[in-house]
Every structure is written in structure tokens, then in C-alpha cells.
Design a protein around this ligand. Structure first.
Ligand code: NAD
Ligand code: DAU
Length: 353
């Protein structure tokens, strides 16, 4: 038996594969086109593992995906492949439309053709797990209840609109064709191997380099943070026990303002990597112009997955963020490798000189 993981060289996908092979001997085939966000170094520790294969492929290439499906005959597909950074979607939405909408559509079409030709038993056991985001629900006012599985879709950025479109395709493929799909909508992840364009790794990287820690607007926007391994554990449960056609919200019940998050990072760094002459990392915080259309608050109500699948996160924000800072401190070579070249062009484009 084998599973296909798309986008497995990215942040969550690579953590998922590493976690999968710690719990299972089932073969994992990682299909990733290796955009700037895909990095095989994340998977260096399993490169020679006989249970793991990497195939460079784009989810939008129907013929290639159809060929791979008939060749390897997976029992499940876990779809992480996406363009994932909101700020990049504001600068240039085209790639988001191509991968997140057209790519997901082509992947679904190839899967439908493959699934239709399976035996009845294999059709019943097959699963397509689609990894989505809480951003599809739009923004919350300070006192509003957290998003649940019935919350209305109201995406506000090109990124979230493209993810919303892909979620709708999943829903349609289940209702129209009976494809056994599962969709998860998760809140903000953090942890090892996150590309330093996202808030937490960007601030750790800049802090250590003596550069500004840029907070958009007033820095009081709220996100609901979840340690990436807790997300991966939830996904394994949904794949094993989730009901086809169902949606599961995943979140850490860890609402924090961006200012609180960056202050926490600074305090941990003050302790683990103190600056000279009594200086504090928080002195590097600066406020920069806000992200256009910036969602003020996200929060996830994870009652359904907690109740039905008995999932609980194992890390608190305090324990998870400490682990994360330590990981970045101990893996500066990884950071150096991913922040060379094109990364610098992005930083200049987004934050100016
Ligand atoms: P990421 O940007 O780190 O990784 C995305 C991966 O997909 C990369 O390896 C990239 O090379 C690959 N990819 C991109 N286009 C592809 C294509 N056309 N074909 C094949 N591979 C392609 O993203 P991430 O943060 O790991 O997010 C993974 C998924 O989880 C995304 O679907 C994202 O929307 C969702 N999600 C992310 C978060 C978060 O906080 N990071 C939270 C909720 C949901
Ligand atoms: O909520 C889930 C989503 O979380 C995922 O679907 C996305 O793929 C993932 O990128 C993430 O989106 P965000 O936009 O919330 O993440 P980001 O790390 O880019 O930003 C987190 C918050 O920090 C957000 O309010 C914007 C703010 N921010 C971000 C950057 C990069 C800053 O204030 N300064 C920055 O330089």
C-alpha cells in the first residue's frame, strides 16, 4: 500500500511525511514541483529510506499525475500542494489561481479517472484529503464566535479566495461523483522548516541578523496558532477515521496578537541568545504599512474533531514556540540555504530597502 502526498517538500507537507514514517511502514510518494517554497533538504533524513520516494511533478499536469496514479496505485492522496503566502498573492495572484484552483481541479480529475477504475472495495477505502485553511472564512470581529464547519465562506485575499475555490471543488466532487473526499480547515501553523517569509520564522531570522522585526499596521491582528506536528497528527486521524464528505476544522485554541507573538519570540531569544550591553530584541520591532485587506482576527472552533476523533493538540503555545525558536537556532545552515538568492529579492520587494 502507498499514499501520495502532494506538496510534501513544503513546510507542513515535509513535517507530515516525517511524522508519517515515524508511525507507519506504509510507503509515501511525495509529488512536488519544487517552487521556491519546496525544499528537499527538509526530508534529507529520510532520503535513503526505502519507504519514501520523491517524484518531481506539478499537480496541474493531468497526464503525468494520471500516469503516476495508475503506476503506483495509492490508497489515498493528501493534497498539501499550494501557493501559500498571502503577501505574495497580493503582489501576483496568477500562480495562486493556477496551482490552488486549476491545479487542484486537474488533480481531482486525474483522481476521479483513477478511482472510477478501482475495484469496488478499493473505491470504498480510497480517500482524498485536502488541506485547507481557516482564511476561507474571512475575518472575525473581536467578540465573534470562532469559525466552525458551518461558518460562511468570505475569503478576502487572492490566496484565501483560491483556497475557497478549491474547497468548493472538493465538495462538488463528493456530491456529484461520490469521490470519498475529506477537507480540513486549519489555523496558523508554526514549527520547524517554515519558510522565513512567514511571521514567526521571519522574525527569528531578522532578530538574529540584527534586522528590523516588521509588524503590519498596529500589530494587533489576531491569529490562532497551532504547532505543526499537532496539525499533522490531526491529519493522520482524519485520514484514518474521518467520514467521507465531511469537513473538519483544526486549531490550537491559542489566539494571540502578532505583537504578543513577536514579544514572546524576543523574550525567548533574550534568554537563549542574549544581546550585548543589555540590549533587548524587542527594540528591533518596527511598525510598517499594513497588508492590504488584512484580516483582523481568525479563531477556530475545533470541537468537532475533538469530539468525533478525540484529537487534542499536545503542545501549548508556550511549549511549541520555545521548541520552534530552539529548532531555528540549531538549524542555521538550513536558514542560510533557504534565504540566499531569490529570497532576498522577495524581501526587498515586500519591505523595501
Ligand atoms: P508551503 O508554501 O510551505 O509549501 C507548499 C508546497 O507545495 C511546496 O513544497 C511547493 O513546492 C509545493 N507546490 C506548489 N505548487 C505546486 C504544484 N503546482 N504542484 C506540486 N507541488 C506544488 O505551504 P505550507 O505552509 O506547507 O502549506 C501547505 C498547505 O496547507 C497549503 O495548502 C496551505 O494552504 C495549507 N495551510 C497552511 C497553513 C499554514 O499556517 N502554513 C495553515 C492552514 C492550511
Ligand atoms: O490561517 C492560516 C494561514 O496562515 C495559512 O492558510 C497561510 O498559508 C499561512 O501563510 C498563514 O497566513 P497568515 O497571513 O496569517 O500568515 P503570516 O505568517 O504571513 O502572517 C501572520 C500575521 O502576521 C498576519 O496577521 C500578518 C502579520 N505579519 C506577517 C508578516 C510576514 C506581519 O505583521 N509582518 C510580517 O512581516
Amino acid at each position: 500500500m502507498a499514499i501520495f502526498v502532494t506538496g510534501g517538500a513544503g513546510f507542513i507537507g515535509s513535517n507530515f511525511i516525517l511524522e508519517w514514517l515515524r508511525h507507519s511502514d506504509e510507503t509515501v510518494i511525495n509529488l512536488d514541483t519544487l517552487t521556491y517554497a519546496g525544499n528537499l533538504e527538509n526530508l534529507a533524513s529520510i532520503a535513503n529510506d526505502s519507504r519514501y520516494f520523491f517524484i518531481k511533478s506539478d499537480i496541474g499536469e493531468f497526464d503525468h499525475i494520471a500516469h503516476l496514479l495508475s503506476q503506483h496505485r495509492p490508497r489515498a492522496i493528501i493534497n498539501f500542494a499550494a501557493e501559500s503566502h498571502v503577501d505574495r498573492s497580493i503582489h501576483g495572484p496568477e500562480d495562486f489561481i493556477q496551482t490552488n484552483i486549476v491545479g487542484t481541479f486537474r488533480l481531482l480529475e486525474a483522481t476521479r479517472a483513477y478511482w472510477n477504475n478501482l475495484s469496488e472495495e478499493a473505491r470504498e477505502n480510497f480517500r482524498f484529503l485536502h488541506i485547507s485553511t481557516d482564511e476561507v472564512f474571512g475575518t472575525l470581529s473581536p467578540d465573534a464566535a470562532a469559525f466552525n464547519e458551518q461558518s460562511q465562506y468570505a475569503p478576502n485575499s487572492p490566496y484565501s479566495a483560491s483556497k475557497a475555490a478549491s474547497d468548493h471543488l472538493l465538495r462538488a466532487y463528493h456530491h456529484t461523483y461520490g469521490l470519498p473526499v475529506l477537507t480540513t480547515n486549519c489555523s496558523n501553523n508554526y514549527g520547524p522548516y517554515q519558510f522565513p517569509e512567514k511571521l514567526i520564522p521571519l522574525c527569528i531570522h531578522n532578530a538574529l541578523a540584527g534586522k528590523p522585526l516588521p509588524l503590519y499596521g498596529d500589530g494587533r491582528q489576531i491569529r490562532d496558532w497551532l504547532y505543526v506536528m499537532d496539525h499533522c497528527a490531526a491529519l493522520r486521524l482524519v485520514l484514518a477515521e474521518g467520514r467521507p464528505g465531511e469537513v473538519y476544522n483544526i486549531g490550537g485554541r491559542n489566539e494571540k496578537s502578532n505583537l504578543e507573538v513577536v514579544h514572546t519570540l524576543c523574550s525567548i531569544l533574550d534568554e537563549l541568545r542574549p544581546l550585548a550591553e543589555g540590549k533587548r530584541y524587542r527594540q528591533q520591532i518596527i511598525f510598517v504599512p499594513d497588508r492590504p485587506g488584512h484580516d483582523r482576527r481568525y479563531a477556530i472552533n475545533a470541537s468537532k474533531i475533538e469530539r468525533e476523533l478525540k484529537w487534542r493538540p499536545s503542545e501549548t503555545f508556550t511549549s511549541g514556540i520555545r521548541k520552534t525558536v530552539k529548532w531555528y537556532l540549531n538549524n542555521q545552515d538550513w536558514v542560510q540555504n533557504v534565504t540566499s538568492g531569490a529570497y532576498r529579492d522577495w524581501v526587498t520587494r515586500q519591505y523595501g530597502a
